[in-house]
Design a protein around this ligand. Structure first.
Ligand SMILES: [Zn+2]
Length: 437
């Protein structure tokens, strides 16, 4: 499973046509593809948890980034700033200034979402009940890392978002925080693969923009670039960790998540498509920053290609996003020019996939039942979606009729039942690292 936050066919298809995305081209030509319909509110932690559990936020309980700001529903989690024009998700990517951490110290009434708050089993809980091993890298709302038969490298995103400088961290390995991985000792294996923004290769950064010319840009434009560097460092970290663990510790289902397309699309849409709305972008800005989004897709395509190279005949590759993107113009938010739209992507390639098939009517809830069917694992009848039959090769579907069970066992015990002590521990650590005041 290759998750790309915010990937959209509208961007992918033209780039495939000009030969810019060879891995996507292969997956689209040889697999089944379609639009994966998202839901509202479109806060990524809720959406990726919906994908992982096959049930709605009402049941899995993860609605946004935080809980506790006047309730634990989406109004708290998905709209931390209340009045933020970007709605569900702009606040987190465009800066912490309007977040609940405003004014310095973290509020005791607002807490980031954690895996301990999830009320429905995710695929990393379900598959081991049927003897399948699972590896998860960077998936949202996986901290603290839960026990599974396999491994979890968790994402810390919520902590860093709410109380950091507002950098668009889609997940970072921070030394000294407990339960970043399961098993705990895996941290020693992945720690050396961590990439920081100032450790990014110059040759890599040069693909996205000319650093010398960035210095001439406005404060807002430079803020976009700075946030982008953080996001690329996070994705590069999970790219390296993912490949290493994929090779070193084979599992039955491997899932990796990349957040940078979403960050680049929020910030650089107006430079890539300066006439999409009345943005009033200068020619020089467009010349300097206009290729960031397409180069980011190319970077993700290369990462996808690394898994394609490793794919065996008995493997299936699922590529998906939680939502797509559209242009948006917020006069008081110059660093946001793209915003979520409901049309995400799904592609299923390899074993069991119907070559050249079109997947119609797919939604986030259908991903898990489809993966379970491909893996010959029983589907709980209380899952809310359906197997995407359009995606499956007809002979495979005939030979692998879906089996059903009433329900799955609940998720295993959380690694630390005393969440508040974990919060304190993490907050203290982040403070000491200068992430928060
Ligand atoms: Zn977003």
């Amino acid at each position: 499973m290759f998750g790309i936050d915010g990937a959209d066919w509208q961007v992918i298809e033209p780039l495939v046509r000009v030969g810019k995305l060879p891995a996507f081209k292969r997956v689209m030509a040889g697999g089944a593809t379609g639009i994966l319909r998202s839901m509202e509110p479109s806060a990524s932690p809720a959406l990726w948890t919906t994908i992982a559990t096959g049930v709605n936020p009402e049941r899995h309980g993860i609605h946004g980034f935080v809980v506790g700001a006047g309730g634990d529903r989406e109004d708290a989690g998905a709209h931390p700033a209340g009045s933020h024009p970007a709605g569900t998700h702009g606040a987190r990517e465009t800066g912490g200034a309007t977040g609940p951490g405003q004014g310095g110290s973290p509020s005791t009434t607002v807490r980031p979402v954690t895996s301990t708050m999830r009320r429905a089993p995710a695929f990393w809980n379900i598959l081991p009940q049927y003897g399948r091993k699972v590896g998860v890298v960077g998936w949202l709302v996986t901290w603290p890392a839960e026990p599974t038969d396999g491994f979890v490298v968790s994402s810390y995103l919520p902590y860093l978002y709410q109380w950091s400088t507002g950098r668009p961290l889609k997940g970072t390995i921070v030394s000294g925080i407990p339960h970043q991985t399961f098993p705990e000792g895996l941290i020693d294996e992945v720690e050396p693969l961590k990439v920081k923004p100032d450790g990014l290769d110059q040759a890599l950064l040069d693909r996205f923009y000319d650093p010398a010319r960035v210095a001439r840009l406005s404060v807002d434009d430079r803020e976009c670039v700075e946030g982008f560097r953080w996001s690329l460092a996070c994705d590069e970290t999970y790219r390296r960790i993912g490949l290493k663990l994929f090779d070193a510790h084979p599992v039955d289902l491997f899932a990796v998540y990349f957040g940078g397309v979403d960050v680049a699309s929020h910030r650089f849409w107006k430079f890539a498509w300066p006439h999409a709305l009345d943005y009033r972008v200068g020619a020089e800005e467009t010349a300097i920053l206009g290729r960031v989004i397409e180069e980011y897709y190319a970077w993700v395509d290369a990462a996808l290609g690394e898994y394609l190279e490793r794919l065996r005949p008995e493997d299936t590759l699922v590529v998906l996003s939680d939502h797509g993107f559209k242009p948006v113009l917020f006069p008081d938010k110059p660093t946001t020019s793209g915003h979520h739209r409901p049309e995400g992507i799904i592609a299923i390639y390899g074993r069991a996939a119907r070559p050249g098939g079109t997947i119609d009517g797919a939604g986030l809830l259908d991903v898990l039942p489809t993966i379970l069917a491909i893996m010959d694992v029983p589907i709980a009848i209380d899952l809310e979606g359906h197997v995407l039959k359009d995606a499956l090769e007809p002979r495979f579907a005939l030979a692998h009729a879906a089996r059903f069970v009433d329900r799955y066992q609940d998720a295993g015990a959380a690694p630390d039942p005393d969440a508040s002590s974990v919060d304190d521990n993490v907050l203290q650590r982040l403070r000491s690292l200068g992430y928060i005041n």
